[in-house]
Design a protein around this ligand. Structure first.
Ligand code: TYM
Length: 332
């Protein structure tokens, strides 16, 4: 059976949130262990500079993210793990794909509109072009499946459109990728506004759990989580988004199915649910935090991991880029 190529990425812009962990990274670890999958994961540092970054912070955050991914169980030997900026083919394919993407398509992107509002003083071309770079990431590796949270779905659609358009003009070149969005946990909500996603750029620290937050912080934030009117604990994302968010987090942290969880909390109060959720999150993250300290304390090791990943990613990326350039008609 042909191996399936699985590709995904995460930006090293500050912390890794519980949303990133549950919606993406934790899933990556599991996908790695499924038979016939060949997984490639990037720290998407090129994407990060669409919002102004302090150079020292970017350097630190990129190594932090690498250590976080290793701590989360990403297997850098069987999978490929690397920093996007170490593989120059991303930038080059991105330019080529720009010429097969319409301005109107980019203008319609929800994330572009949101980020333009948030960073009104810096609506740079990169911010608009972000989905094309993401398409280049995915298409360079002839990816079959892209595991992502719900917020990245629209970007995946564009990557598919670009792949199909290119293939229509030049013949079969790119694999048309499919999104893999988990049924539960693909949109972990802010603890302070259950209708918004938990986002690392949220200015309210009580809205977001960082995977490296202390146990005390995690407990305090979950205790302060906004819940819904009424007192019944049921899973109903539409009418009870706050309670449903906590139930989702608890279900994933404990690996317990939703039905049995709801049964367990019959007749109990929101306070009980909050305490149980806080404890489960603390337990889920404890070993992760310990492993992180170990990996992060050895920068030499992290650099070796990054180099090893980039070398292997480059072999594949170079081959695809050459094929694309040849098809377009460049003299090679
Ligand atoms: P980023 O860095 O914003 O997020 C990384 C992954 O975490 C998911 N995620 C969430 N899932 C559930 N609940 C949440 N509250 C939550 N917040 C974030 C995201 O959906 C994502 O899967 N553009 C991407 C990075 C990227 C990429 C790629 C992904 C660059 N190139 C190629 C896939 C393929 C991003 O900014 O993710």
């Amino acid at each position: 059976m042909k191996q399936k190529v699985i590709y995904s990425g995460i930006q090293p812009s500050g912390i890794m949130t519980l949303g990133n962990y549950i919606g993406a990274v934790n899933e990556w670890r599991e996908i790695q262990n499924e038979e016939n999958n060949f997984c490639i994961f990037e720290v998407a540092d090129l994407h990060t500079i669409t919002v102004r970054q302090d150079p020292a912070a970017l350097r630190k955050n990129s190594l932090d993210m690498l250590a976080l991914l290793l701590a989360a169980g990403i297997d850098f030997k069987n999978s490929i793990l690397y920093l996007q900026s170490h593989v120059h083919e991303h930038s080059e394919l991105s330019w080529l794909l720009n010429c097969y993407t319409y301005v109107g398509e980019m203008n319609r992107m929800t994330q572009f509109k949101e980020k333009s509002e948030k960073h009104a003083d810096n609506i740079n071309m990169g911010l608009m072009d972000y989905p094309v770079l993401m398409a280049a990431d995915i298409l360079l590796f002839k990816t079959d499946v892209v595991p992502v949270g719900i917020d990245q779905r629209q970007h995946l659609e564009i990557a598919r459109d670009i792949a199909l358009r290119f293939n229509n003009i030049y013949g079969d070149t790119f694999t048309v990728p499919e999104a893999r969005v988990r049924k539960m946990g693909a949109k972990i909500a802010s603890l302070q506004n259950p209708l918004a996603k938990m986002s690392k750029s949220d200015p309210n620290p009580n809205a977001v759990i960082g995977v490296l937050n202390s146990e005390k912080e995690i407990i305090s934030k979950i205790k302060k989580a906004v819940t819904d009117s009424g007192s019944e604990i049921i899973y109903d994302p539409e009418n009870k988004p706050g309670v449903s968010n906590l139930l989702t987090i608890l279900s994933i942290a404990r690996k317990q199915d939703m039905d049995s969880l709801v049964k367990e909390f019959e007749g109990k109060m929101y306070g009980h649910l909050k305490i149980a959720t806080a404890e489960a999150v603390v337990e889920m993250l404890r070993p992760f935090r310990e492993r992180y300290e170990e990996f992060r304390s050895d920068e030499w090791y992290l650099m070796q991991v990054a180099k090893y990943g980039a070398e292997r990613a480059s072999v594949i990326a170079e081959k695809t880029l050459k094929e694309v350039k040849e098809k377009i008609g460049f003299v090679l």
